[in-house]
Design a protein around this ligand. Structure first.
Ligand code: GLP
Length: 291
């Protein structure tokens, strides 16, 4: 595991976007694992900018999202399919048939989970998995006691997670009780993981994930088992780490980070406005877009 601490949330999101853009340029057929949540919005906004201003090409890549709520149709404003269409897919030249999320409305949820695993395998596995972290340390919706070898399955959401996601719903009661999520084992099979966490409210759980013991109570600790995992933090999210001086030295000195240290931020290069959101196009029902 490597930890990179950037001075602020914009610089952290810039770095994640640059890592994705480089990976996509070197392999246009990249299989990306994608995440949702507030933190990811600024990454997707930057990818949209890179597509518009530098022609970053999504036409041959494919994507697999970590999770989807059970019981929300794709065109529901709170579904993760809607989130992805709204923040990324509708604004870049990705082929929607190459974008995958579990179907939370499937009649047979067990078969849907098995099918999702099969699709990932048929696509050659995930090259680069983008991750956020929940306030309880979950990856995707791998709630406490998720087995470290778990595969895509239905999980019951914990009260902490339902409370964290409640502000996005008209009422806390409307937060679904369950979700389909890639398992911890599914995530650990990805060739590279990049986790982004920003803000002081993530500092304590990030410290546990990075420097604490591996435990199924906190699925993010499982990333310590991954050979190609980078955590990118802003100063606030990294503020409770004991070894931050060492992490700063590694980013400042290791040759692999050289291009990322010298690449001007998107703000400087593209006139990107921090906090800018992509133009909001109305999102059609997925079935309409897929035609
Ligand atoms: C949800 C998603 C997670 C994500 C988390 C973080 O729970 N299922 O994959 O990591 O939100 O959200 P935020 O970035 O809003 O803190």
């Amino acid at each position: 595991m490597e930890v990179v601490i950037r001075p602020n949330a914009d610089a952290a999101a810039d770095l994640v976007a640059q890592i994705i853009a480089r990976a996509l340029r070197s392999n246009p057929r990249l299989v990306m694992g994608l995440a949702t949540g507030n933190t990811m919005e600024s990454v997707y906004a930057r990818l949209v900018q890179l597509h518009r201003k530098e022609g970053l090409d999504f036409s041959a890549c494919s994507t697999f999202n970590l999770d989807e709520y059970v019981g929300l149709p794709a065109d529901h404003v709170n579904s993760y399919r809607h989130y992805m269409n709204h923040h990324l897919f509708a604004h870049v030249n990705i082929r929607l048939q190459n974008t995958h999320l579990p179907d939370g409305m499937a009649a047979d949820l067990t078969a849907e989970c098995a099918n999702y695993e099969r699709l990932i395998t048929e696509n050659g596995g995930i090259d680069l998995q983008l991750l956020g972290i929940g306030q309880n340390g979950h990856l995707g919706f791998n709630e406490p006691l998720s087995a470290l070898r778990s595969r895509t399955r239905v999980k019951v959401l914990s009260p902490v997670t339902r409370a964290q996601n409640a502000p996005l719903f008209p009422s806390p009661d409307l937060v679904p009780q369950r979700a389909i999520t890639m398992g911890v084992g599914t995530i650990l099979d990805c060739r590279r993981c990049v986790l982004l966490a920003t803000g002081e409210e993530k500092a304590a759980i990030v410290a546990k994930a990075v420097e604490g013991p591996i435990t199924s109570m906190i699925s993010a600790t499982s990333l310590q088992l991954h050979a190609e995992c980078t955590l990118i933090l802003d100063a606030a999210a990294g503020s409770k780490l004991k070894e931050s001086e060492y992490y700063h030295w590694v980013f400042g000195n290791l040759p692999m980070w050289e291009p990322f240290r010298t690449t001007p931020t998107l703000v400087a290069k593209n006139g990107f406005q921090p906090g800018h959101q992509p133009e909001k196009k109305p999102v059609e029902a997925v079935s309409d877009i897929l035609e």
